[in-house]
Design a protein around this ligand. Structure first.
Ligand SMILES: Cc1cc2nc3c(=O)[nH]c(=O)nc-3n(C[C@H](O)[C@H](O)[C@H](O)COP(=O)(O)O)c2cc1C
Length: 455
């Protein structure tokens, strides 16, 4: 039986000019979007008008610099964009309810700085911050005075400890530690101050953090890896998972699998929300939606198409192939995203696409669900996945911005609201309240600190 009280979650997964690889060439796109604050302000306010739970930006601490792939390099509209926490701090000031999920890597940063900046974002936004914890698939070691990119399993090992340290630092002060009583001259109740004194295999961190406990206790923890260690990390620590699935059967497998891992960590199924991405290409009629899709695909320069394919084949020489040849099997191993390699490998095995069909599939949303249709048809897909154990919500991935978000808010959201599966008003003022997530206790609350815990 359908649970009527269960509400769909909606996020806007934003890439500056839109998710399509050649979005910036479209006449509706804002070509300088990556560094245009007014552009982001408009789309975030539109998402809030649509009662979205959150906005989200992906990030990597390094730019794309493949000089060999001239055309892809020259046409790379993602080359320049704002740092996410900085961007969201600014935009939290022109919104009231929507949540702000920013990506930050556990492979190239330090827990102390991460804890500090997300605590700040949570305070600045009044409890609307979320941290998308990523281990970074791309090798950006050259930016960080390192000689190599950590191996996949080591990245996850580090991420496990990293999150524990960050949460521990957020607990440095209890919620009511800052009494600021001028009459008695007490700013801080020192019984409510705790040193973490973490000594682990990757990190040694004493604490305390130099900011009070975040309004949400902890900013919402989001995770987006889906390999075996990625799923375990999410099951133990995350409250939202962003994921990519092309077909409902795979989404159901993923959904069932991660939810079933929660009990062993003492968590309930509703403590972790699963949100796949959807790239909706809308049209007033099916024919119009198809035409919009074809217009987008016509923008892809042939060399950009080959660049996409070469990246999926990890640099293999494809010069002997034409775009009309059947796609050969993909490499079996990667030190990048294992789950994305599996997704594309499964696609090639299932659909036996030509190389042209393959690049067209991934040029839209890199392996997320691409849906071309009328607003009713897009709403049908969302509802079907939501009601059949495949999703708790969706990350909307606008093909082009700003129009992609405006169209979704004006055309699809009212249908979801009429069907009673999406909110008409925000339930709360924090991201946690709107997502229906519990506020975590401070691990030290009620424990009087001993002398060893004093600085
Ligand atoms: C919706 C979504 C968003 C993601 N955003 C980022 C990102 O911003 N930065 C990044 O380095 N990886 C990002 N990833 C990749 C994952 O975080 C993860 O690092 C990658 O999939 C490798 O892990 P896996 O092998 O466990 O899948 C994203 C993945 C998904 C599904």
């Amino acid at each position: 039986m359908t649970d009527k009280s269960r509400k769909l979650r909606i996020g806007a997964f934003l890439q500056a000019t839109g998710h399509h690889v050649s979005a910036w060439l479209h006449p509706d796109a804002q070509a300088d979007a990556g560094m245009n604050l007014q552009h982001y302000k408009d789309i975030v306010q539109t998402a809030e008008r649509g009662k979205f739970d959150l906005v989200f930006v992906a990030d990597s601490p390094g730019g794309y610099a493949d000089f060999k792939d001239e055309a892809s390099f020259r046409q790379n509209a993602k080359a320049a964009h704002f740092e996410p926490v900085t961007l969201w701090s600014a935009l939290s000031q022109v919104t009231q309810n929507i949540g702000f999920v920013a990506t930050s890597t556990t492979t190239y940063e330090d827990p102390y700085t991460t804890a500090r900046k997300f605590a700040s974002l949570d305070w600045i936004s009044g409890g609307r911050a979320g941290w998308n914890v990523v281990t970074t698939g791309a090798d950006v070691s050259a930016n960080f005075s390192r000689t190599e990119h950590l191996e996949h399993s080591k990245r996850y090992e580090r991420a496990e400890e990293y999150i524990d340290v960050v949460k521990g630092l957020w607990d440095s002060y209890e919620d009511d530690a800052f009494v600021r009583d001028r009459d008695v001259g007490v700013y801080l109740d020192t019984d409510k101050f705790h040193l973490l004194n973490h000594a682990g295999s990757n990190f040694q961190v004493r604490g305390p953090l130099n900011i009070g406990r975040p309004p949400q206790g902890y900013p919402v923890i989001v995770q987006a890896g889906a390999s075996e260690p990625g799923r375990e990390l999410a099951a133990r620590t995350a409250e939202v998972i962003f994921t990519a699935n092309l077909v409902i059967e795979d989404a159901q497998e993923f959904y069932g699998d991660v939810k079933s891992r929660l009990a062993k960590y003492g968590r309930r199924r509703e403590d972790l929300l699963v949100m796949p991405g959807i790239f909706p290409v809308l049209g007033g009629t099916e024919a119009e939606a198809e035409a919009n899709y074809e217009q987008l695909q016509s923008l892809v320069h042939p060399e950009v198409a080959w660049g996409i394919l070469r990246r999926h084949y990890q640099g293999a020489d494809l010069s002997g192939y034409s775009l009309d040849d059947i796609a050969p099997p993909l490499p079996t191993e990667t030190n990048g995203s294992k789950s994305r390699l599996k997704l594309v490998t499964d696609l090639v095995a299932r659909e036996r696409p030509t190389l042209r069909q393959l690049y067209r599939q991934v040029s839209t949303a890199r392996g997320h669900l691409t849906s071309v249709g009328t607003p009713e048809q897009i709403a049908d897909i969302i509802q079907r996945w939501f009601e059949n154990g495949a999703a708790d919500g969706f990350n909307i991935m606008p093909p082009i911005l700003p129009t992609g978000i405006t169209d979704f808010v004006d055309q699809v959201v009212p249908i979801l609201q009429r069907r009673g599966i999406f909110r008409e008003e925000y339930e709360g003022t924090t991201l946690r309240q709107n997502l229906g997530l519990r506020r975590p206790e401070n691990r030290f609350a009620g424990h009087v600190p001993d002398q060893a815990n004093r600085a």
